[in-house]
Design a protein around this ligand. Structure first.
Ligand code: GTP
Ligand code: MG
Length: 206
């Protein structure tokens, strides 16, 4: 009864969005402010306990730098789950995430469970930020209404000076593409256990 189910999971996303940090938080409950870029990929494992079963995640944390892109298929080929990470303070990182999702939906296992994670939410979430020690820069850009994008208008309305991707925009995309969606912070731990637990619930029992 204690035999756990192995689940191969891959993390994908633009460089520096926090893939390795999300994994470090999940596996060791730690955070490193100056984490070095991943070279190639890193392998880690962590158990995930559900009410009725225990899964053992075998995690491939890939390198986001473009020169490593061609290695990715080796890691997602047999994956049962994928976490595609973007940075909520960097709009281009959501575009990159969308292109990873497309690649997975074309090339990976058709039954793969995919979750989209908008990381670094501590930088834009005042409630979470105020519980930590540092003072965030509060300089607020003044968006030019004539050229403001929906994301910029959402940012202005929410008062989140650093947010570049509105939560609703990412949630809507995730729903349309059939993905789980979470905003996370590897720094505070917000959303991290939920992310891996909700994926685990979607893995079919063999
Ligand atoms: P590659 O391995 O190059 O693809 O990068 P990565 O996606 O693994 O990013 P990594 O985890 O190395 O994090 C990049 C930088 O962002 C590091 O300095 C982290 O400390 C920081 N970082 C990661 N996650 C968070 C977060 O949730 N909040 C904040 N404030 N910083 C974070
Ligand atoms: Mg990394």
């Amino acid at each position: 009864a204690d035999k756990s189910i192995q689940v191969k999971l891959v993390l994908l996303g633009e460089a520096a969005v926090g893939k390795s940090s999300v994994v470090l938080r999940f596996v060791s409950n730690e955070f490193q402010a100056n984490k070095e870029p991943t070279i190639g990929a890193a392998f880690l494992t962590q158990k995930c306990r559900l009410e009725d079963r225990v899964l053992r995640y075998e995690i491939w944390d890939t390198a986001g730098q473009e020169r490593f892109h061609s290695l990715a298929p080796m890691y997602y080929r047999n994956a049962q789950a994928a976490v595609v990470v973007y940075d909520v303070t960097k709009a281009a990182s959501l575009d990159k995430a969308k292109s990873w999702v497309k690649e997975l939906q074309r090339q990976a296992n058709p039954h793969i469970v995919i979750a989209l994670a908008g990381n670094k939410v501590d930088l834009v979430n005042n409630a979470a930020a105020s519980s930590s020690s540092t003072t965030e820069e509060t300089s607020e850009d003044e968006p030019d209404d004539a050229t403001a994008t929906p994301a910029e208008l959402a940012q202005a309305a929410s008062g989140d000076g650093l947010r570049a991707v509105a939560r609703d925009e990412a949630q809507a995309y995730a729903t349309e593409a059939g993905l789980l969606f979470f905003e996370t912070s590897a720094k505070t731990g917000e959303g991290i256990v939920e992310l891996f637990t909700e994926i685990a619930k979607k893995i079919p029992i063999e």
